[in-house]
Design a binder for this molecule. Structure first.
Ligand SMILES: [Zn+2]
Length: 718
């Protein structure tokens, strides 16, 4: 299974610190802030939400509320920070770290709601707000991290941390603050701090631009098909959906195939007309390279140089070295080695897959050489021929509501004792969002879970989880989490069937949700999914295993019309094909992840690179340059690394995957899916956030360090 899901969580950054609009001394700001912090008239972010779980009052929030709330929130936060920094008393945990953890609550409220809405339901107004606010947030963050007085207090606590009588979580929190300050440049001289502020501000503007341009490029890049007969191979439902999409885009009477995030497009499987497949492939790979307003290449060029410069300023050889320093992998070399070790087996397996496809093509009347736009279709045909399995045969067994209730929720019940109740009274940002209250095994209310599954034009591509409210005992808050996906919406009147891949995505994102919902920390900074990126995909990928568990699968995979379980013979076929296509999947992933590393291991002083030439060279260098298997994302639409939080971090999916299979094998060795095993996993992993070193946390659960063997076995690469 390939990890392509995006999780964006910037909450930890936000909770730690402020967003300085100005680089003034905090004392001066405190005065301004007190003056300016007059209550916001009628702004829904001005006070804590009175809804259950402090859920955001989306029924009251208007687009115009965000910007003033951001500005007031930043002022309020800075005033709080200034007070902490200006204290005359010697620093203590209670007078410095605790108030830092409590600071910035209005800003957090507006940020989390804004983050959710701009990701899943944006519009021109919100994009403009985003463009204005993003550099201000970067400046705000710097105003706090580059505040000498505040850093002096944190530094004192850090030096004396062994003698302060702190418990393990508190000590870890002090260390985290110290590291965050140092990593943000707190030890630099004034001239370098000024340079850093400029770079941070510019980066935040560029990443916002990238995300907005890419959304526009994705929408503009949709393939328009004039003639219905060019859609030969599509089901009636697919054709109806393509016609409806065209209508929505004011192209009445035509058909529209929307672009998914990735290079390869799901529609390729069924499109019979080879030239249409080629057009779709080219629309995908060139989406952000048309030399128009949506071309992202100039942003990429500048970001690569800027990040290398920033890393140098902070004392690192390159951006990847800086980024991985506080991750589980520690160094780019460790991450690159995990990947390059897998390249020979992955590409050999992919070449084997290609050979079989070519043989199938050669048997046909119309002979041609396998191209990337043929891969999906012929992979599916080989799968059909070898395993006698057709995606269309299995889809009727994946009705979304049943998958959710009798699959995703059911597994969480079997493992953790959770139960779920839909709440229609909680306001949502879009009518397609559903809200569930989550109850613990003892019947106590645990969390709210929002599900937003269908693709929309206003939603960026991919799938992700985040919090609307983070758990913290200190703040007295319980988790409110959401999952966003991009499943193709059925045309009106059609059943809501999803693909097998979508089913995996649901389990995946719900694994992140569990990590957020089981959070049980005193301090928000260490809570829930606020963990290193190369650990954060572990709970999500781990949860995918339960979607394939025979007991869970039998419970949800039922025919949408008859309710009959999937026939045993079909289940067996599906199981058999599980490692099918892993050569392709692993290779396209490795190509993208190594491309990310290539961009981010350039030392400062490297000149601007031609984006396409650099990409070609990098793929060749890492021996992942198979023409039929292009990277899962090409550079110009690689949102994880240029517009999201995965720069020098796309390897994290594979790193986490080592953990997820290894942990799953622990379950296998200990009786599988039981409440007892689930409880142990919850207690030792899912509830712990980053209250402990990640490697130690894992070792305590597993009884040893992680092994890569289960991963190789599961991917059929042994
Ligand atoms: Zn994920």
């Amino acid at each position: 299974m390939l990890r392509k899901r995006l999780l964006v969580s910037t909450m930890n950054l936000l909770l730690v610190g402020g967003f300085g609009i100005l680089a003034q001394a905090p004392e001066a700001l405190a005065k301004d802030a007190a003056k300016a912090a007059a209550p916001l008239a009628n702004n829904p972010f001005a006070t804590a939400s009175t809804l259950p779980f402090q859920a955001p009052p989306f029924d009251k929030i208007k687009d115009a509320d965000y910007q003033p709330a951001f500005e007031a929130g930043m002022r309020e936060h800075l005033a709080e920070i200034a007070k902490i920094a200006a204290q005359k008393d010697a620093p203590t945990f209670a007078n410095t770290i605790v108030p830092l953890e409590r600071s910035g609550q209005m800003l957090t409220r507006v940020y989390v709601a804004f983050n959710a809405v701009t990701g899943a339901d944006t519009n021109d107004t919100l994009q403009k707000v985003q463009e204005v606010v993003a550099p201000k947030l970067a400046e705000h963050q710097d105003a706090i991290y580059l505040d000498d007085k505040l850093f002096a207090r944190v530094g004192k606590l850090y030096e004396g941390r062994e003698k302060l009588g702190l418990d393990a979580e508190q000590k870890r929190l002090v260390e985290r603050y110290y590291d965050n300050f140092v990593r943000a440049g707190a030890k630099l001289g004034e001239a370098d701090k000024a340079k850093l502020r400029e770079l941070n501000k510019e980066e935040s503007t560029l990443t916002t631009d990238f995300a907005n341009k890419l959304l526009a490029a994705n929408n503009a890049g949709a393939l328009v098909v004039d003639d219905k007969k060019d859609l030969a191979g599509f089901s009636d439902a697919d054709i109806a959906a393509a016609a409806a999409d065209a209508k929505a885009a004011k192209k009445d009477g035509k058909y529209l195939i929307a672009l998914q995030n990735t290079t390869q497009q799901p529609a390729q499987v069924s499109l019979e007309n080879r030239s249409v497949r080629e057009r779709l492939f080219k629309a995908s790979t060139s989406r952000a390279e048309h030399g128009d307003a949506n071309d992202t290449r100039a942003i990429v060029q500048r970001l690569a140089v800027l990040r290398a410069d920033r890393a140098k300023l902070l004392g690192y050889p390159d951006f990847a070295a800086y980024t991985l320093d506080d991750q589980m992998a520690k160094t780019p070399a460790n991450a690159i080695k995990l990947m390059t070790d897998m390249v020979p087996a992955a590409t050999a397996k992919a070449r084997g897959e290609a050979t079989k496809m070519q043989a199938l093509i050669d048997k046909g009347t119309d002979k041609f050489k396998l191209s990337p736009w043929d891969w999906q279709r012929y992979a599916e045909q080989v799968r059909k021929a070898e395993y006698d399995l057709d995606e269309a045969q299995i889809k009727p067994y994946f009705e979304i509501d049943r998958v959710l209730h009798d699959g995703v929720f059911y597994a969480a019940n079997q493992l953790y004792g959770l139960t779920f109740k839909e709440r229609k009274d909680i306001p949502v940002y879009n009518p397609e969002v559903r809200v569930f209250e989550v109850f613990d095994a003892d019947g106590k209310s645990l969390a709210l879970f929002y599900a937003d599954y269908w693709k929309r034009e206003s939603k960026r591509g991919g799938a992700w989880m985040d919090n609307l409210v983070g758990q913290s005992r200190l703040l007295g808050t319980k988790p409110v989490v959401y999952n966003v996906c991009n499943f193709t919406k059925p045309a009106a009147g059609q059943p809501a069937l999803i693909t097998h891949d979508d089913v995996n995505t649901m389990f995946h994102e719900f694994g992140h949700a569990l990590h957020g919902m089981f959070a049980d920390s005193e301090y928000p900074t260490l809570s829930g999914t606020n963990v290193p990126r190369d650990f954060v995909e572990f709970p999500s990928q781990f949860n995918e295993h339960w979607g394939r568990d025979p007991k869970v699968f039998a419970n949800y995979a039922k025919h949408y019309q008859t309710g009959a379980p999937m026939p045993a013979e079909l289940v067996a076929k599906l199981d058999k094909t599980r490692t099918y296509g892993q050569g392709f999947a692993t290779t396209e992933y490795l190509a993208a992840a190594l491309l990310d590393m290539a961009w981010h291991t350039q030392p400062a002083g490297t000149p601007k690179q031609d984006v396409d030439a650099f990409e070609t060279k990098a793929l060749k260098q890492y021996k992942v340059d198979m023409p039929e298997v292009p990277p899962r994302y090409r550079t110009s639409y690689f949102a994880h690394i240029w517009g999201g939080g995965y720069a020098a971090g796309y390897y994290a999916y594979l790193w986490s995957e080592v953990l997820d299979h290894d942990a799953f094998y622990w379950f296998r060795e200990h009786g599988g899916m039981t409440r007892e095993n689930g409880q142990r996993f919850r207690d030792m992993i899912l509830s712990r956030g980053s209250t402990q070193d990640m490697a130690a946390l894992y070792r305590a659960f597993r009884g040893r360090d992680p092994s890569v063997e289960p991963l190789l076995e599961e991917r059929g690469l042994k």
